[in-house]
Design a protein around this ligand. Sequence first.
Ligand code: ATP
Ligand code: MG
Length: 769
Amino acid sequence: MTDSLYPSFPADPAQEPAYLNRLNPEQKEVVRTTEGPLLVLAGAGTGKTAALTARLAYLVETLKAWPSQILAVTFTNKAAREMQMRVGELMGSLAENMPWLGTFHSIAAKMLRRHAELIGLKSNFIILDTDDQNRLLKQLIQAQGIDEKQWPAKQLAGIIDRWKNRGLTPDKIVGKEEDSFADGQGAGLYLAYQKRLLSLNACDFGDLLLHMLVILTKHPDVLESYHERFRYIMVDEYQDTNQAQYLWLRLLAQKKRNICCVGDDDQSIYSWRGAEVANILRFEEDFSGAKIIRLEHNYRSTPHILAAASGLITHNNARLGKTLWTERDQGEKVKVVGVWDGAEEARQLVSDVQNLRRMRVPLNNMAILIRAQFQSREFEDIFIAKSLPYRIIGGFRFYERAEIRDALAYLRVITQPTDDLAFERIVNVPKRGIGKKAMEKLYQTAYFNQIPLTVAAEKLISEKTLGSKITQSLGQLMDSFADWRKSLQFIGHADVTRKMLDESGYKAMLRAVNDVQSAGRLENLTELARAMEEYDDLSSFLEHVSLVMDHENDPIDDKITLMTMHAAKGLEFDYVFLPGWEEGVFPSQRSLDEGGLKSLEEERRLAYVGITRAKKFCTISHAANRRIYGQWMASTPSRFIDELPEDHTDQKSLLRKKTSGWRDIWAEGRSKNPPRYDTAKEAITPPWQLASNRGAGWQRAQRAQPSSTSTPIKPFKKNSAPQYKVGDTVKHNKFGQGIVNEVDGDKVTVEFQDKDVGVKKLLAQFVSS
Ligand code: ATP
Ligand code: MG
């Protein structure tokens, strides 16, 4: 290490490093309290993460530890990257070697790979996802002769997960715990599941920590090595640690006791994953002599935003309570907007975003934070339509799965035989004996003749220059492609896809593998075909997919962020949009149904997290109608909207003029003539004509019933097919001119002038008038 590389390293004790100067006295105390247990308990945006990051830099700079001797745990991968970036800003290239900065899971996985054999695994063990886990459990349940319908695998997965989150191995499941599944068979199934996982050299997410806990408890030498390694331990978002994580931290910290945890009880939002706020309270007991520092100065949000969030969270009973203040300019009140339906909400939001862009606000400074994944669809659709760059964090990556990419490659070759990339991906998937040598011949032929690979393949087949077996299997594949292409004109593209998946041998290949993952892959392929039915033809579907995928990888840096509120914890944005604040969406129906007051309080904390992500502006919106899992629901505004302090919100109705409050509009609407909403394109059912959705307590809104005075809302259909009638003259690119002699939905039967072509039934959009 030389002075030229690190001019300020090691620190000159006479001079405070610049990053310390930026901190307030309490934060500085956090940084300087390097030895012994320390708990920082403070509200959102008070600079907890900032202090923790500075502390990390300080430890390195004052030579108390090398970066590799510090264990720093964050809650999400994104938070880990954020922290790494912040440390990078403070420490420069020294921050690059922070092997133990990450999430609980990533750090535990790293440790477990080093000691896997102590638990009966190999270091290259695989980590199962939820789908795989459920399938495995299903097999075990069935093998026990238990009725899986009555005792579903998913339920068992949840129970096992909770046991693991509490650090309970199968031998520790006793008494009441045992009875929780299939009349006391839960513990046995748990044991069988763990055995099966070992035999597969696999583990699930919960195992990463649980196995490490077992290893650290049973192997003092291993624990000792980590005691030696980790001079300092730091934990961000401590309020969301579960019991297993807590025990793991306690074991690692018990010798040196240099552990610093920062958290906020009002932001505890993961109890459904076993998080226990009580860990905050236990800290002082377990680490005697622990120092507690409170931070109260909020640096993030404007007073209106802070007051709105603070006012909302006072409706929770279970909280420690704290004061927050800010010196920032008053700013604007939190905007609350009511709109007709989800599509309108998305349009309204995009129009706000466009206005901000005109004022040169970068998209990177804006975020849309949703309660549930299903809300993202509507926004993605409009972003794509309006070419608005966006990034989804933590969303489904359905189209990136290998089997989906393979199926898409087949489909691309069907629509576009010149697509070499797609062709080379699947030419030998499933295996057709087309090896390296044959591929080289294909490439050469294509290159020398300047032709696509598919044409090169036809040429080699006709010239019989490949071995007879290869010629035959490649010939078969090319014939199949021709057949599938032709089928597109007669049967729907989803059916062609199903046909292709069968005839290509792709499904058979997955069936033959028959491992834990193949069943899930087959399900995904079924889902792919189903998803395609929403689109009018294969090309528009493929275009949609490529747009979605392109957005994942495009080089544009400036993008609006779309993510769940859960994933947004610890992050901040100048402009935050919070859509879908309706009863049943947020607070979520599930939390209302299942968890009672406790769950409701957790939802409220989530609302607090959502609002406190905003630095300058926060817009909350709610729609009167919402399509949830394919059904239209009438909605009432979230109770959280009522709980926001009036002085700090600006309520705006796009349904009708502002009145005293949202609930009044709804009550009024039921008794008087329903207001019409001008910008809605279709005739729509006003919410009070839909099945009632209010009452004593709140009940799930029923499905919209068409009434005599109104038409039910129709789902939005993409690229609706052109309409023709019998007798119309139409033209087809390949078949020429003809006359329509039958119309069947989006298909037409055409008698073509060319007698060789004859009569054909095709999708109406393949012909023009
Ligand atoms: P959360 O509870 O949401 O995780 P937090 O308490 O971790 O919030 P930070 O993210 O560390 O808060 O800080 C919030 C914002 O305030 C950041 O933009 C940070 O740079 C800024 N900040 C933190 N401390 C100070 C300070 N002493 N002076 C000026 N700005 C600060
Ligand atoms: Mg933070």
